[in-house]
Design a protein around this ligand. Structure first.
Ligand SMILES: O=C1C[C@@](O)(C(=O)O)C[C@@H](O)[C@@H]1O
Length: 306
């Protein structure tokens, strides 16, 4: 991990003191005012997509995050030796008998799942002009699906090259061998790479948060994102202090949040602390402590006057 060499500070920055650059996700610019609201949607089946996309639009999403780990067919992609059995047991789409004769079962399962994911991505794209961030949050970081390195890599490749998404979330520290490839593919495809890290257990020391953000920047991330779990308001302060310092000394935009009820306040004032976006919900929350996106817009409008 990179060693953070900037000054450690607990200062709260005024907007003009934030030095990091901006980055685009689709046509939306992050790193400038107003701060952006990312609304997660978690469709499981194709018939869920229309309503969820409409809900995100009505909620005023600047960016839609598609949480692919909830998608039914992703469960067939565990990549472990019993992936097909898991898929069958859980009712995921599996290979037809004819295909199974010519392809190994796991390959066919993978192909079917990728096909269904790409089709769903195309469907979301046709329904909305809001930029799409694709995230497969794995069980290593609090998500719904467990993927081997190669299953994660193949899934990211299918998503990045499908032509329907504007940004990809990559679990930087959980899949270090996948990161460089994903970043390169994203660069070639002209989409934005968000390096992300979740700690669902606790809030690390400020220096560790800063080191992780700096390491993601050094690794070539377009945007660095960290979510931590606080066990009290001092933990929330630690996260916010790290955010304010990182926003001052890093060149790329950052997104941070403390999860859970106690962490909710960390989501409310991105303008003051330097996170370039905040996640807001439209009916479904993808992480504990998310605030309703419409209420979030009012709060952003108010706090941007500060
Ligand atoms: O990384 C994040 C942030 C998040 O975990 C949150 O706490 O709002 C929600 C996730 O859907 C997203 O991928």
């Amino acid at each position: 991990m990179a060693v953070y060499t900037g000054l450690l500070g607990s200062e709260i920055l005024m907007g003009s003191e934030i030095l990091m650059g901006t980055k685009f996700i689709g046509h939306v610019e992050l790193g400038c005012e107003p701060k952006k609201i990312i609304v997660p949607i978690m469709p499981v089946h194709a018939e869920d997509i229309g309503g969820l996309v409409r809900g995100a639009e009505t909620a005023g999403a600047d960016i839609i995050e598609w949480r692919i780990d909830f998608w039914g067919d992703v469960r067939g992609l565990s990549g472990s030796s019993n992936s097909v059995e898991v898929a069958e047991a859980e009712g995921a789409e599996v290979a037809s008998d004819a295909l199974e004769k010519t392809h190994p079962r796991t390959d066919t399962t993978t192909t079917n799942a990728h096909h269904s994911i790409i089709k769903a991505a195309g469907r979301i794209r046709r329904l909305t002009s809001i930029p799409i961030l694709a995230t497969c949050r794995t069980s290593l970081e609090g998500g719904q699906t467990s993927l081997t390195d190669s299953a994660y890599e193949n899934l990211l490749h299918a998503l990045i090259t499908c032509g329907h998404i504007d940004a990809i979330d990559v679990e930087f520290f959980s899949y270090p061998d996948v990161w460089d490839k994903a970043r390169q593919w994203a660069k070639e495809a002209g989409i934005t790479t968000i390096a992300s890290h979740h700690n669902f257990d606790h809030t690390p020391q400020e220096l560790e948060i800063l080191n992780r953000l700096a390491t993601m920047e050094e690794g070539g991330a377009d945007i660095a994102k960290i979510a931590v779990f606080p066990h009290g308001y001092t933990d929330v302060c630690t996260l916010l202090s790290a955010t304010a310092t990182a926003a001052k000394y890093m060149d790329i935009p950052i997104i941070t949040m403390a999860m859970g009820h106690v962490g909710m306040m960390s989501r409310l004032m991105p303008t003051a602390f330097g996170s370039v976006a905040t996640f807001g919900s439209a009916g479904q929350v993808s992480a504990p402590g998310q605030v309703d996106a419409k209420e979030m817009r009012d709060i952003l409008t108010l706090t941007e006057k500060l």
